[in-house]
Design a protein around this ligand. Sequence first.
Ligand code: ZN
Length: 277
Amino acid sequence: MPDPLIITVAAVGAELTREQQPNLPITAEELGLDAEQCAEAGASIYHLHVRDESGAPTMDVDAFAAAKQAIEDRTDLIVQFTSGGAVADAESARLAPLDLRPEMASLTTGTVNFGDDVFSNPIPLVRSFYERMRALDIVPEFEIFEPGMIATADRMYEEAGADHHRHYDFVLGVPGAMPAWGDSVEFLARHLPEDATWSATGIGRHHIPIAEAAIASGGHVRSGFEDVRYFEPGRLAESNGQLIGRVAEMARAAGRPVATPTETRHLLGLREPRGTL
Ligand code: ZN
């Protein structure tokens, strides 16, 4: 019996605008409603970026606090903060929201070209982010844009003498990073530690083949507007919930049950859910 499928929703991101995707949730209230739909559709992790009133990406701590509260008021989803922010954010700004102690946070373990920009993650910065997360008992999700990032994540884990569960997310098809080749998922998964878990997401038109490959090979799936804004060619997705519902259907068709947030906490070794601390 394969593990139930963990579905992560990357609902917002730092790049997409309302002009490109009119259904992008921005305010805390919109994020709470979006999270509720995603939870009903089968998501168990909500990967969170926030925006300011103008819709621009921000690492403002109050905005993260309001969004986290709105999501937790309406759902029992695991809230996973970005620590990447937007490509231009300073280190201190990217780190500040972690003090709100989300259950998880993303951690990109290397620098990578990102379209015409550079997503800058020098090793000392990654190390300091990782130390901060461990000090706050936040489980990182290692964001893997190319294979060297797996090696860096594992080296840091060993250097730190860490013993948390290791969960990785493969982000494939970003221009400048590892492509969503037919064998990318299998290749990366083969180089993970034995007891690790992983999810995968393909950007844009690579989305469905990557989700299929992840479901078939025992991985997990990330979807949502950060990664894909069209439901099918020429047709914008109506909501994050619609995208998550499709992944859940694909899982069931492939014989994988969909994980609840409680099952996901168990699979990822997260601390006890809220309210039982
Ligand atoms: Zn993100």
